[in-house]
Design a protein around this ligand. Structure first.
Ligand SMILES: Nc1ncnc2c1ncn2[C@@H]1O[C@H](COP(=O)(O)OP(=O)(O)OP(=O)(O)O)[C@@H](O)[C@H]1O
Length: 294
């Protein structure tokens, strides 16, 4: 397997590919309880995380309801990515807890959290550059395969069935993203915007209940940002819950149901996009600084 390679942002972003929103990409049953719409899916409870003298997260609490699009915003260094990292098992909180499906994540490893249904993309794209688009998505599908090396070696029926279903789901995801004709292209040869969509497809392939997107619009032009908003809404409508870190205020305000604002590791506000827009602490900390920052 090739090593993940970080893609460079383009100097001139290309026009966005059209998605096929009617392709059914609803999450498959991965054997974890499905939270009813509107109920609490994940809770960050008084989480503090210190890196030596740096308090990256300082008693941060918020929750995510099933079926919503929650924005996590704040100036550079506010603690947004660290928050993602705590929720996906990269770091353990110094104190406090993250509860998912009512249970603390505890010391679970990244792959265990993926199996529970939390998936993420990265600020800098991390695809397997020397694998095809299809193979990249199949890596996500494989996260839930139950058959082992033995049944793969002997090509037992259950393994062949899992393989066929995995291929079908991967192709559906590529078609949904408008990438079906690029299935056999190496990830590194895809245009930047396609790589970003491919990374989301790979995350969706794990059938997450919670999809965490870390600055998915980085390097996008306005047309691509508009299409990304449509994509995020469609993903939610297909049965996913979305947590979005994004610097582009127009995108965040236009696509989220609720927003949590961090500054210097603390939560300074939480509310609807309209409430956040008018919150003086937020305006002072973030919006007032550079509303067009992206
Ligand atoms: N592994 C680490 N070791 C030490 N300090 C870290 C580490 N990761 C993050 N930090 C520090 O924690 C704080 C929060 O960083 P984080 O990357 O979470 O912020 P952010 O809101 O995601 O910023 P940006 O918008 O620039 O991505 C910063 O002061 C950062 O320097």
């Amino acid at each position: 397997m090739s090593e993940p390679v970080q893609a460079q942002e383009p100097l001139h972003a290309e026009e966005a590919t059209d998605i096929n929103p009617d392709v059914d990409i609803a999450p498959a049953d991965i054997g974890v309880p499905v939270v009813p719409e509107g109920e609490r899916l994940l809770e960050v409870d008084t989480v503090t995380l210190r890196f030596g003298g740096v308090v990256a997260l300082n008693e941060v609490s918020f929750h995510i309801n099933k079926g919503e699009i929650l924005g996590l915003i704040g100036p550079n260094g506010a603690g947004k990515t660290t928050c993602f990292n705590v929720m996906t098992g990269v770091y353990q909180p110094t104190s406090g807890a993250v509860r998912y499906l009512g249970e603390p994540l505890g010391k679970r490893k990244k792959f265990e959290i993926t199996k529970l249904g939390i998936a993420r993309t990265f600020q800098n794209i991390r695809l397997f550059a020397n694998m095809t688009a299809l193979e990249n998505v199949l890596v996500g599908v494989d996260a839930h395969h139950t058959t082992g090396v033995g049944s793969a070696m002997f090509r037992l029926p259950k393994h062949r069935r899992e393989e066929a279903e995995g291929y079908e789901r991967a192709m559906e995801l590529l078609t949904f993203m408008g990438l079906e004709r690029k299935a056999d292209e190496l990830a590194r040869n895809l245009p930047y915007g396609d790589q970003r969509r491919l990374e989301i497809a790979r995350a969706l392939a794990t059938s997450p209940q919670l999809l965490c997107l870390d600055e998915p619009a980085a390097g996008f032009n306005p047309a691509e940002k508009a299409k990304l908003m449509e994509l995020i809404r469609t993903i939610r409508d297909q049965g996913y819950t979305v947590l979005l870190i994004e610097h582009d205020m127009k995108l965040v305000m236009g696509v989220t149901d609720r927003i949590v604002v961090l500054e210097f590791g603390r939560k300074i506000a939480e509310g609807s996009p309209a409430e956040i827009r008018d919150n003086p602490a937020v305006v002072a900390a973030y919006l007032g600084v550079d509303e067009d920052a992206s």
